[in-house]
Design a protein around this ligand. Structure first.
Ligand code: C5P
Ligand code: C5P
Ligand code: ZN
Length: 457
């Protein structure tokens, strides 16, 4: 991988101008920002765009625009052919075939490394950046935000593999800190009741989704919810208070029959951006990633990129406003998805949100739905929505236990989508596709056939 990174670094050093194409999620934005900072530090000109997915239309347009050099980050591994007169660099981590025709292609799967939890798109891009100039190690903070945005810490409750190396780079460069703490989202910004109400890994029986029950939970433990009229957050608690809460949560889970292994998932590594203000949306890597998702998934990628590149003025203010909208949108979309009938088939379960959910957040909603009590954790969950272009967007998510039985959603969706003139791909545990409207049933049959085969191997 390092050798390939060096080849790519040499191409970038020689170029005058670089056009960057990246993905609209947090990993894509951090990857794009790392690429942009790297080019800027080389004193060269760059332009950047964000796309929902890399399809034939985007590639045709890029070819027409006549760029000398295009750097694809967090996407690009699916490109089948070279484009004459356009040099292409790809730093991606999605599943791909080992026989790639692309010359400047850096993807962990080409080197036997798993791109679903050992390295993200931002990480692959960071590897090139660090190879160009060791001074770029400060960008490791963005690589960790990208990995957390892609939930790469989920399997082991901490970052492992190359992600861990990037974390160490960041600690040495004083841009990152690592602590052992509760893993629920919102340690730094959520008021205590909401912090537990939205906890989902593991879900807290009787508390998840119930604000009043969460308030009583803290009252019973004699934990004050406010201090001088402002709501207390997890980071405002004393060590003893945290211990009291964790013991009570552990007791709750164990009495409800949860395994000790599941209880342990509450605790893990959390990553802090050492140069950011504690209690801000940028201090915790997961919260930073959510702030970025609030920008590019709503067509405002320039806001997220500017925040990554250091703007703590207008862009951060704008991002905070977008975050409010994103939160509201998630609450409403999740409710919408819950109101749809969940349809169970032999090998998958699915819901179809029609026009009810934005195609850019269906993946996040499907992920959240997977944790719902009435959703079967033993089979993949698919969420369907209509897109603005009149197509159908599909997001598929599953659990570690299912992939351990041989299921690979990336292969299943890629195969099924291609058979109905769509495109699909991703990771074993999380994949997506876009297919023509009306092909949903045919697509589901094909996905199920593929999963049945995967399970029987
Ligand atoms: O396109 P990209 O690779 O950046 O996106 C990865 C997607 O996979 C994210 O939506 C992330 O939430 C999802 N994922 C997941 N569970 C994991 C790993 C990734 O849902 N364990
Ligand atoms: O869009 P969604 O979040 O459901 O995608 C899950 C994963 O599948 C992401 O890593 C995404 O980049 C990938 N994907 C893909 N090809 C598509 C759609 C999604 O590789 N056509
Ligand atoms: Zn990614």
């Amino acid at each position: 991988m390092l050798k390939r990174a060096q080849e790519i670094a040499a191409v970038l050093k020689k170029a005058d101008e670089v056009h960057i194409v990246t993905h609209i999620d947090a990993d894509g934005i951090t990857a794009g920002a790392i690429a942009q900072a790297t080019i800027q530090r080389l004193g060269k000109t760059s332009s950047i765009e964000c796309v929902k997915q890399l399809d034939e239309m985007v590639l045709k347009r890029l070819k027409k625009e006549g760029h000398e050099l295009v750097w694809f980050t967090d996407l690009g591994s699916s490109i089948a052919d070279d484009i004459p007169k356009m040099t292409m660099i790809v730093t991606d981590h999605h599943m791909c075939s080992k026989e790639s025709h692309l010359r400047y292609h850096l993807n962990p799967h080409l080197f036997g490394i798993d791109g679903s939890f050992e390295i993200s798109g931002a990480g692959v891009t960071y590897l090139v950046s660090k190879t160009i100039d060791p001074v770029n190690v400060d960008l490791s903070a963005l690589a960790v935000v990208g990995a957390c945005g892609d939930l790469q810490d989920r399997r082991h409750c901490k970052l492992v593999g190359m992600n861990k190396t990037f974390l160490e780079d960041g600690i040495t460069a004083h841009v990152l800190e690592c602590r052992k703490d509760i893993r629920f989202f919102g340690r730094e910004t959520r008021a205590l009741p909401r912090f537990l109400q939205y906890a989902n890994d593991p879900i807290l029986p009787g508390l998840s989704g119930r604000e009043e029950a969460c308030v009583s939970f803290f009252e019973d433990l004699k934990i004050r919810l406010d201090h001088k009229e402002s709501a207390r957050r997890w980071i405002d608690l004393s060590y003893d208070e945290r211990k009291t809460i964790l013991s009570a949560l552990a007791r709750l889970l164990l009495t409800k029959g949860f395994s000790a292994a599941l209880v342990e998932r509450m605790i893990g590594e959390v990553y802090l951006l050492a140069r950011e203000e504690p209690g801000s949306e940028l201090h915790d890597a997961k919260e930073y990633a959510t702030l970025l998702n609030s920008t590019a998934r709503y067509g405002k990628h320039e806001v997220g990129l500017a925040v990554c590149l250091g703007d703590r003025g207008k862009s951060l203010d704008d991002a905070r406003i977008l975050l409010q909208g994103h939160r509201q949108n998630l609450v409403e979309s999740l409710q919408f998805a819950r109101d749809e009938t969940l349809q169970k088939r032999t090998y998958v379960q699915f819901f179809h949100a029609g026009e009810g959910i934005r195609d850019t957040i269906i993946g996040i909603v499907t992920n959240m739905m997977l944790h719902d009590e009435n959703v079967d954790k033993n089979m993949p969950l698919l969420g369907f929505v209509h897109t603005e272009n009149g197509d159908v967007k599909v997001s598929a998510r599953t659990t570690q236990q299912v992939i351990e039985r041989g299921v690979d959603l990336s292969a299943a969706l890629r195969h099924a989508a291609a058979a109905v003139q769509g495109v699909g791909g991703g990771h074993d545990i999380a994949a997506g596709a876009t297919i023509p409207k009306g092909k949903e049933e045919e697509f589901l049959v094909l996905v199920e056939q593929k999963i049945r085969t995967q399970l029987s191997l």
